[in-house]
Design a protein. Structure first.
Length: 46
């Protein structure tokens, strides 16, 4: 999955991120919480 913030606000990006991640079983586990955070941060604009 490749989601980038682009022109979205952080709030909009976060909402879209969470909406899409319900389809990714790996990231919906407690063990993958750190990986999910890294994935989220990598999609943000600098």
């Amino acid at each position: 999955m490749e989601l980038k913030q682009g022109n979205l606000s952080v709030v909009e990006y976060s909402a879209k991120f969470e909406a899409l991640f319900v389809f990714s079983p790996y990231y919906n586990t407690v063990e993958a919480e750190e990986d999910k955070c890294v994935k989220f941060e990598s999609g943000l604009r600098p």
